[in-house]
Ligand binder design. Structure first.
Ligand code: PEP
Ligand code: MG
Length: 561
């Protein structure tokens, strides 16, 4: 069986299926109003108890972003509108299961009909709580996923966040699901947990409980009840993989160095302070991308100045330098408290800096928080996302200057020497890098978007994923010319897109002379390992060959040894 490989690694184990119970929705009328209301309210309470217990259990394994999902679920269970509508239906004589089912189905349909992928995903959250509440009402609470045998490969239609959090992860080796893509809950959770996962595997639910599965999170291939030869081959690969992990552990204490000892600073990307332990453990030399949007997505209203100062300073005190990216909302990310009109092409719409210009107070509060939080830390940097043109950069800098003046006038201490940079993630910015470089201290190339906009290939759309190829020579040439332009103006340049997490791509980027590479913390050791095998001159020579190639396949072949 095959699917999309969304979280790397190899796993061998036995199928544990997570099946949603089929709950019959009775057609009978409610004859005793009080009893029906009790059934409904008790089920809500029991569901909240479940969710709180799961959340408490997951506290040590999941970061703030993922734990926040449970707050959202708890809020959905208590949602005033849902509860009101269910009670009205019960009062009108409907039985509580049917009433709850009807109401939550209509909410689910409403989310499903939305164009915005963020809100579309919320339909699965409604489904998740619907199943839990109905199961309680039916007197068949969901199966306890904390009781697993060793070496479990979790197989499901789609894993909900509460499924993943309820699992006894010490027994789980990997995940395989029928639906989902790179940004589905299963994929995000698996990567956060460092477990291999393959999603979008058609027919996976036909497997039987206990079937032996060999799961390859690098290729997306699953072998079920393999023959002896396949089993042996896989076990060899698994052993080699485990040995690699063991061998690479020594790189935790080392910096990014080429074979001849030239430094290639390797930084980590984080979404919150919860990601810092992994970054520190794997020896990140800085934070090359602090995505701040999760802080803004966690709650029902915009985070206050004080809570932002606290969240930023919590990271600054653990590591320097830190590049903090200002709010990148829009595209696939929405904020419940912002008016965000429907857009036909949200990735080409009012996103990131464009949205911040429209939401000036929100933007200025963030800048203020960063300046104040950074006051005792010498190497905190601010980065503006989605800059397409010089006038946008100048406008963003002018707003930052205004904020500094306001702080000065109020006698509020702040970091006066903050460095300012931009993401290079729109082709126009890459092509105009020489001019932009005159106005900033640093660049960071966001390849996730640079690829999307250069090849006109939606990064969320599986149908065009073949165009999503970081090693395509055209992209490499665009990046090389950006490095040349930056360095001609003495402007530092790094990469913070997913591309830097790919060891082969990282070698080419080092050969281009990038001043830092920032990646998911889990990728640091593999990249350090690869860097240590080449001299800088060898990497420059390989980069030249890559730039002269016609296809990504030719580029990959350069590193086949
Ligand atoms: C990028 O576009 O490469 C990037 C790092 O930003 P994001 O993935 O958050 O858009
Ligand atoms: Mg981006």
């Amino acid at each position: 069986m095959t699917g999309s490989a969304v979280s790397k690694g190899l796993a061998k184990g036995n199928v544990v299926k997570i099946e949603r119970p089929t709950i019959e929705i009775p057609k009978t009328k409610c004859t005793n109003q009080e009893a029906c209301l009790d059934t409904f309210e008790n089920a809500l309470e029991a569901s909240k108890d479940d969710l709180k217990a799961i959340q408490a259990k997951a506290k040590d394994t999941l970061d703030a972003e993922h734990l926040a999902i449970f707050d959202a679920h708890l809020q959905m269970v208590d949602d005033i509108e849902i509860v009101k509508q269910v009670k009205e239906k019960i009062a009108a004589g409907m039985n509580p299961l049917a009433a709850y089912y009807d109401v939550t189905e209509s909410f689910k349909a409403m989310f499903e009909a939305m164009d915005d992928p963020y809100f579309k995903e919320r339909a699965s959250d409604i489904k998740d709580i619907q199943t839990r509440v109905l199961a309680h009402m039916a007197g068949t609470p969901l199966k306890d996923l904390a009781l697993l045998d060793d070496d479990a490969i979790i197989v499901a239609d789609d894993l909900t966040p509460s499924d993943t959090a309820a699992l006894d992860l010490s027994k789980v080796k990997g995940f395989a699901t029928e639906i989902g893509g790179y940004t589905s809950h299963t994929a995000i959770m698996a990567r956060a947990l460092g477990l291999p996962a393959v999603v979008g595997v058609s027919g996976i639910m036909t497997l039987n409980e206990g079937d032996l599965v060999l799961l390859n999170g690098n290729t997306g291939v699953l072998e079920v009840n393999p023959d002896e030869a396949s089993l042996q081959a896989f076990e060899k690969a698994l052993q080699a993989y485990e040995e690699t992990l063991e061998r690479q552990a020594k790189f935790q204490a080392l910096k990014g160095l080429t074979k001849d000892g030239k430094s290639v600073p390797l930084y980590a990307n984080i979404g919150s302070v919860k990601d810092m332990p992994k970054a520190l453990e794997n020896g990140a030399e800085g934070i090359g991308l602090f995505r701040t949007e999760f802080l803004f997505m966690e709650s029902e209203k915009a985070p206050s100045l004080e809570s932002q100062i606290e969240a930023y300073a919590a990271v600054f005190k653990l590591m320097q330098p830190v590049i903090v990216r200002t709010l990148d909302i829009g595209g696939d990310k929405a904020l419940p408290y912002l008016k965000m009109p429907h857009e036909d092409n949200p990735f080409l719409g009012v996103r990131a800096i464009r949205l911040c210009f429209n939401e000036l107070e929100l933007f200025k509060t963030q800048l203020k928080a960063l300046l104040i939080a950074g006051k005792d830390y010498p190497d905190v940097r601010i980065m503006f996302p989605m800059i397409a043109r010089l006038d946008e950069l100048l406008k963003a800098k002018a707003i930052l200057d205004d904020v500094k003046k306001e702080l000065k006038a109020a006698n509020t201490p702040y970091q006066t020497n903050i460095l300012v940079g931009i993401m290079i993630e729109i082709p126009a910015a890459a092509l105009n890098a020489r001019t932009l470089a005159k106005h900033v201290d640093f660049f960071s190339i966001g390849t996730n978007d640079l690829i999307q906009y250069t090849y006109a290939a939606d990064r969320m759309n599986d149908g065009v994923s073949y165009l999503y190829e970081p090693l395509d020579p055209t992209l490499l040439r665009l990046m090389e010319s950006t490095v040349e332009a930056a360095h001609a103006e003495n402007t530092e340049i790094g990469v913070c897109g997913e591309m830097a997490s790919d060891p082969v791509a990282a070698l080419i980027l080092a050969g281009m002379g990038m001043d830092e590479l920032s990646m998911s913390a889990a990728a640091l050791l593999d990249v350090k390992d690869h860097l240590s095998r080449y001299t800088l001159d060898e990497l420059k020579a390989l980069k030249e060959k890559a730039l002269a190639a016609d296809t990504a396949a030719e580029v990959k072949a350069l590193f086949n040894d």
